[in-house]
Write a protein that binds this ligand. Structure first.
Ligand code: XMP
Length: 521
């Protein structure tokens, strides 16, 4: 892999993404990792990320000079660039002038270099730094300068060491991706071979080797991650896999069918559908507190799933198809989850699965997490390659507790029917308007305990409001309300109030996150 050494900036993930966009596999490692451990990963190249520290601060992460003696090509970015300059005997100083944001750099004769081959003499890049490199270490050619950075980029082609003060991973650096690719392809001699097809082939082999003849189960939620994980494991071990889909009665219209029909038709997996809606609704009766609802739903989910798993075992025993025991559970954990939960080192990265509302720690299964090296868009690419239906691959996020946390008030059959009808109309119209990829997701919320007066036909009505909550977001950590065209909103509102008799008002939520969360509960 290409190792991206994380110096604590928010940029390490972005750098890893950009490397993969160049079709080269990358992994993030902490800056505290000793050089020999990095070498044990057999890195094809190493990239030192930016970071929030000054190289002069006490406790600022240093770079072991031994790293530059290994023969592995290294690219230093921002803090990583300065740290590299310092470790090799260059001069880093505080200029007092910070460069932040779009900055012009001069690349005199830059096109003659390897890192900036073909670059124009002046270009706009994205900077964010206080210290700068004033003198390059011996053996390095200076490739670029800016007002605040006498040495803004350098390279030593003989030792294959490169560095730049600006952030090539940020889109505002106009030729950033090109510079990264020059480093990867020309500097490190890598080929663009990290493709969905290769990922699948590699994973299939690894899963087969791990599972042998044992039986595997997978909790399928209908979302992108669990669906693609299931499809991948199914490709590897076929009918040794059984997927369990729990219908908790809090699904949207058509969801259970999409999993039962489309997914099974496309992949041919063994699917066990458990209709537990009555159990869930009984457990939710009379409950209005959001956290109480979430806990009940999570608890019932686990119970249902474990029971289904035991039934799968019993059936396997009865059929004598495999060794009987279910030894493995498939999880759709993604790389950002791995990085955020502590860096992906070591084997026992067991993580409660958000899709299933948190499985217990004493679960009697080993985990198979075939997506744990992938970012979301790579998961989608793998899904498409595996033939997972587009309707599932491009699905917007939907919370595990489902409509249970979109009915403000007690959850009942009748209220679920009302919300399902309104939600189906909103989704249909947003899709028809071609907005699915612009909108992150659009919760539709029923204010079940609120009544408002309306007039329909000649009569007075006393119905409920429905809230539309379309949001745009990168990662659901922050969000803004989507500026859905008025005509689309008008159509949704008209259709809902005309066809769902219990609803006489449709309102739009125009709150960003923060302060509002995306879901209402
Ligand atoms: P909030 O409401 O916290 O939502 O802004 C952020 C994102 O997470 C989704 N969400 C959940 N997903 N189980 C899930 O699988 C949950 O319990 C859950 N709660 C919220 C929400 O839809 C949004 O995408």
């Amino acid at each position: 892999p290409v190792l991206v050494v994380d110096y604590g900036a928010q940029y390490a993930q972005l750098i890893a993404r950009r490397v993969r966009e160049a079709s080269v596999y990358s992994e993030i490692v902490p800056h505290s990792m000793p050089v020999d451990q990095m070498l044990a990963k057999d890195p094809a190249a190493i990239i030192l990320s930016g970071g929030p520290s000054s190289v002069y601060e006490d406790g600022a992460p240093a770079t072991d000079p031994a790293l530059f003696e290994t023969g592995v090509p290294v690219l230093g970015i921002c803090y990583g660039f300065q740290s590299m300059a310092r470790a090799l005997g260059g001069e880093v100083a505080r200029t007092g002038t910070r460069e932040y944001g779009g900055t012009v750099v001069d690349v005199p004769g830059g096109s003659g270099s390897q890192l900036l081959a073909g670059s124009p003499e002046r270009q706009t890049v994205w900077m964010s730094h206080g210290d700068s490199v004033h003198a390059a270490p011996e053996g390095f050619d200076v490739l670029a300068t800016s007002e605040g950075s006498p040495v803004a980029a350098f390279e030593d082609r003989r030792r294959r060491l490169y560095g730049m003060q600006w952030h090539p991973e940020v889109k505002h650096s106009v030729l950033g991706q090109e510079a990264l690719e020059r480093f990867l392809y020309d500097g490190a001699g890598l080929r663009p071979e990290w493709t969905p097809g290769n990922v699948i082939a590699e994973q299939v082999e690894a899963i087969r080797a791990a599972v042998g003849g044992d039986r595997v189960i997978c909790g399928l939620s209908g979302g992108v991650d669990s669906s693609v994980a299931a499809a991948l494991v199914h490709k590897a071990v076929g009918d040794q896999l059984t997927c369990v889909f729990v219908d908790h009665g809090l699904l949207r219209a058509g969801e259970a069918e999409q999993v039962e029909q489309d997914f099974v038709a496309a992949t041919g997996v063994n699917l066990k559908v458990v209709d537990a809606s009555e159990t869930f609704l009984a457990a939710l009766a009379g409950v209005t507190d959001p956290e109480a609802k979430r806990k009940i739903i999570g608890r019932e989910f686990i119970r249902t799933f474990e029971k289904a798993a035991r039934e799968v075992v019993a059936q396997a025993d009865a059929e004598g198809t495999t060794t009987g025991e279910v030894k493995y559970l498939v999880q759709g954990t993604l790389y950002p989850d791995v990085v955020e939960s502590g860096g992906g080192e070591g084997a026992a990265n067991i993580k409660s699965h958000h899709n299933v509302g948190g499985l217990p720690d004493d679960l009697q299964f080993d985990l198979i997490e075939p997506l744990r090296t992938l970012f979301k868009d790579e998961v989608r690419a793998v899904g498409l390659e595996l033939g997972v239906p587009e309707g599932i691959v491009w699905r917007q996020p939907f919370p595990g507790p489902g409509l249970g946390i979109r009915i403000i008030g007690e959850v009942t059959h009748e209220r679920l029917e009302i919300l399902r009808a309104a939600d189906a109309i909103a989704r249909e119209e947003l899709t028809r308007a071609g907005l699915d990829r612009d909108i992150w997701q659009c919760p539709v919320v029923l204010l079940a305990d609120v009544h408002s007066v309306g007039v329909q036909g000649d009569g007075r009505t006393y119905g409920h409001p429905i809230v539309l909550r379309p949001v745009s977001s990168e990662d659901a950590m922050t969000a803004d309300w989507s500026r859905v065209p008025y005509e689309v909103l008008a159509t949704i509102s008209n259709r809902i109030t005309n066809t769902v008799p219990e609803v006489n008002r449709v309102v739009l939520d125009v709150t960003s996150k923060p302060p509002g969360t995306i879901e209402w509960e």
